[in-house]
Design a protein around this ligand. Structure first.
Ligand SMILES: [Zn+2]
Length: 427
C-alpha cells in the first residue's frame, strides 16, 4: 500500500488541497491547488515563488534556478505541476490562478511557454534541436521564456546530450522544466543540472475526494461517493485514469473486459482468443485517439496557412499545397503516435491484470492488506483456491516481464499472446 500523501509532513501543513485553505503559513500558491495529494511539496512551491519574485526584481535568489526536474509516477500530475510552476514563476502575483497570465499558461496558450511532448516512444534529436533553437529567443511578454519538456525520459542519448549543452550554458532569460517518472530515468549529467521536485503517488482517499467533487477545483460534474471510491481504488493513484473511470462508461466496460481475462483463460485456445480480443480493443482505442490528435494537428496547420473555416476552395487548395511538407510530417508522426498509444493502452491493461493477480497473492497470504478489486472477490477466491503461492508469484513475474518487453521494441501481439498462455497455465 502507498503511504498517505501527508505522511512525514508536519501537522500544520494542510493536506490534500492547499487551494481550499485560506491564510496560514503552509498554503501553496492557488495555481498548485489542482495537484492531488502533494502536500509535501507545498513548502517547495512557496520557496520557489518567493525566490522567483526576488529574481524578477534582480535580487539574489538562492532557491532560483534555470532548470527544474519534476518527477513522479504516471498520473501523479507531473504535467499539471509543470504548468502550475510555469504560471507561478510568471504571474505577477506568484500563481494566483485567476489572472490572464495564469489562465493563458494553464490552458497552454501562452507564446512564452513552449510545451514539448514526444508523440512517439522516443523524442527525436531533430525535434530537440528545434526546441533548443526556439528556446534561445527572447520572451515576448514575460520576464522569461519557459520550456516544458514532458517525458524527458523519452529523450534518446543524442537528444539528451544536445539539451545538456544548453543547460550547461543557459540563456539568461530561458527557464526549463523537465518531467520524468523518476530522476533515474533522466541522463545523470542532465539531472545534475536541474533542481528536482518529487511528486508522490496520490492516496486513494485524496483522489476519491477530487472525483466526488469535495475539492473546490474539480473541473467536472461530481460523481457519487461509491463511483469515486471505485475509480480511485482501481486507478491505483493515477489521477487521469481515475477521472476516466469515474466519468466514462466505455472506459469502465473496457476495464471490466480486461478484469474478466483471468477467469476466461482456462486453456490455450481461450488464452489466444482473449489475447486477440485485448489487442483489437486496444488497437481500436489507440487508432481513435491517434486520429483525433492528427485531425487537430492538420486543421491547426491548414488554418496557419490560410485555410480558415470560411476559406474559399481556391484558398484551401493553395493552403494544402504550401503546407504539404508539414502535413506529410504529421502523417509520419501519426504512425509513431499510434504505436505509442497502443503500447500505453496495453501496458495499462497489463497493470490492471497485475492488480487482479496481486489480489490473488494477497488472498494466499491471508489478506494482510486490502484488495484493490474487492468487487471481484469471488473470482479472486476461486483462482486462489485453484493455484498455489509459487504459481501465483510466477504469474506476477510473467506480467512484469511482459510489461517490460512492451517498453522495448517487442511485437505487442506476440508479447500479449505469450503472456496470456503463461497465465492460463494453472499448474
Ligand atoms: Zn496569476
Amino acid at each position: 500500500m502507498t503511504a498517505p500523501a501527508s505522511a512525514g509532513v508536519k501537522a500544520s501543513v494542510v493536506p490534500g488541497h492547499p487551494g481550499d485553505a485560506t491564510g496560514g503559513d503552509a498554503v501553496a500558491p492557488p495555481v498548485f491547488a489542482s495537484l492531488v495529494g502533494q502536500a509535501h511539496a507545498i513548502p517547495i512551491w512557496r520557496a520557489i515563488v518567493a525566490d522567483a519574485a526576488r529574481a524578477r526584481r534582480g535580487e539574489v535568489a538562492p532557491g532560483f534556478t534555470h532548470a527544474w526536474l519534476i518527477t513522479g509516477p504516471p498520473g501523479s500530475g507531473r504535467s499539471t505541476a509543470a504548468l502550475a510552476l510555469a504560471a507561478a514563476l510568471t504571474c505577477p502575483a506568484g500563481g494566483c490562478a485567476r489572472c490572464p497570465v495564469c489562465e493563458a499558461i494553464l490552458t497552454r496558450r501562452d507564446p512564452d511557454v513552449e510545451i514539448m511532448s514526444p508523440v512517439g516512444t522516443t523524442q527525436r534529436v531533430a525535434d530537440t534541436r528545434h526546441l533548443i533553437a526556439r528556446a534561445a529567443s527572447a520572451p515576448v511578454a514575460h520576464p522569461w521564456r519557459l520550456v516544458i519538456l514532458e517525458d524527458a525520459d523519452r529523450l534518446n542519448d543524442a537528444a539528451a546530450n544536445a539539451l545538456l549543452r544548453t543547460l550547461e550554458e543557459p540563456t539568461a532569460r530561458t527557464l526549463w522544466i523537465l518531467c520524468a517518472p523518476s530522476a533515474q530515468d533522466v541522463l545523470a549529467t542532465l539531472r545534475s543540472r536541474c533542481r528536482t521536485i518529487a511528486l508522490r503517488t496520490p492516496a486513494t482517499e485524496a483522489v476519491a475526494e477530487l472525483l466526488s467533487g469535495q475539492a473546490a477545483f474539480s473541473q467536472h460534474p461530481p460523481v457519487s461517493a461509491e463511483v469515486a471510491q471505485f475509480a480511485a481504488r482501481a486507478a491505483m493513484g493515477h489521477v487521469g485514469r481515475a477521472r476516466a473511470l469515474a466519468l466514462d462508461e466505455g472506459e469502465r466496460q473496457r476495464r471490466q473486459a480486461v478484469m474478466r481475462i483471468p477467469e476466461v483463460i482456462g486453456d490455450l485456445g481461450e488464452a489466444m482468443t482473449a489475447a486477440a480480443a485485448l489487442i483489437s480493443s486496444c488497437t481500436e482505442a489507440a487508432a481513435e485517439l491517434g486520429d483525433q490528435a492528427e485531425a487537430a494537428e492538420r486543421s491547426a496547420i491548414l488554418t496557419a496557412h490560410g485555410a480558415t473555416a470560411d476559406a474559399r476552395p481556391r484558398e484551401r487548395t493553395r493552403a494544402q499545397r504550401s503546407a504539404s511538407a508539414q502535413l506529410k510530417e504529421v502523417t509520419r508522426r501519426g504512425k509513431d503516435r499510434r504505436r505509442r498509444l497502443l503500447t500505453d493502452r496495453l501496458d495499462r491493461a497489463l497493470l490492471e491484470l497485475t492488480s487482479f493477480y496481486r489480489d490473488v497473492l494477497v488472498m494466499h497470504l491471508g489478506e494482510p492488506v486490502a484488495l484493490v478489486n474487492p468487487e471481484q472477490r469471488p473470482a479472486i477466491e476461486r483462482l486462489a483456491a485453484a493455484s498455489d503461492l509459487a504459481t501465483c508469484q510466477r504469474w506476477l513475474d510473467d506480467l512484469a516481464r511482459a510489461r517490460w518487453a512492451l517498453t522495448t521494441n517487442a511485437a505487442p501481439q506476440l508479447t500479449v499472446e505469450a503472456l496470456l498462455v503463461q497465465l492460463s497455465n494453472r499448474g
